[in-house]
Design a protein around this ligand. Sequence first.
Ligand SMILES: C[S@@+](CC[C@H](N)C(=O)[O-])C[C@H]1O[C@@H](n2cnc3c(N)ncnc32)[C@H](O)[C@@H]1O
Length: 334
Amino acid sequence: MSNFFKTEFGRMYLGDALELMSVMEDHSIDLIMTSPPFGLVRKKDYGNVDADQYLDWFRPFAKEFRRVLKNSGSMVIDIGGSWIPGQPTRSLYHYELLIMLCKEFGFHLAQEFFWWNPSKLPTPAEWVNIRRIRVKDAIDCIWWLSPTPWPKASNRRVLVPYSDSMKGLLKNGYNAKLRPSGHDISAKFSVNNGASIPPNLIAIANTESNSIYLRLCKENGIKPHPARYPADLPEYFIRMLTDQDDLVFDPFAGSCVTGEVAEKLKRRWICCELIEEYLKGALYRFKPETKSKTKKTPSYNLSHPAALWHGPANENPLPQDGGKQRPNKTKSKV
Ligand SMILES: C[S@@+](CC[C@H](N)C(=O)[O-])C[C@H]1O[C@@H](n2cnc3c(N)ncnc32)[C@H](O)[C@@H]1O
């Protein structure tokens, strides 16, 4: 374990997060914000754990996470799903992780979030592009967990502008009435509070291509981290769940996006990473020239699922074998 780099607010450690946590005090961390190695079939350079061994691998970390977190604190885990090797079905490992964290380690599920990355490639190509029997997997699950049911939090820190339809309702008025769902929508819904409370679906395209981090990695012959999350993601949770000077910990820090964001938001931070090259690259995040303007990602609209459907008369029959037989090349464009 070595103390790799220090800033005004934070520290980067090179080494195993388990070892680092063994010297951390009980209840000393306000937020664990992290994206662990996923249980993937196609492994990244830094080595992933097989989905079926994932829980055993995670257990010692879970025990320490629970110990070092303050009672008012939170743990936010960004975790992607995985396919069962050789068949078009999904592993349950990330749901099993969630259940283990709650049932075995006493965490509470404060809320589940879903991060939609509109720029995700359509993989696995075999099921999505060739046999056309599954759709693009473009969601990471984000488990927001807490040691008590009452972690400190405020959605006021993550408000968004009103949608056009809400602006219309505010302008033209809303008929207070009982909805068919049983919800009683009172006139209070047409009060303009200046902003809207966001849903638990977060849309951020992971499309960093011309950042200073990437440029400096390239210029200095350092391999950029292959699985970075976009800065907007930790920023959302750090804003919502911590105050200035609170302590944010990323045990699986990779290129230290969490540290960069925490520094910007004036939170103290600790990042830990096993692979030295990733931390060498991470240093570029803390050069004065890097701390430039934040680029806001655009908002996204979802197309209606039937936008290109022309009714039953134009349907081709579904493959009766569920796509088991690989199709011959088809001329159809859609
Ligand atoms: C999904 S990546 C994190 C990427 C990071 N969020 C970013 O945006 O750059 C997971 C990282 O955890 C690191 N890692 C795996 N086991 C570790 C351990 N025991 N201690 C510290 N880091 C570890 C891996 O080397 C990998 O870089």
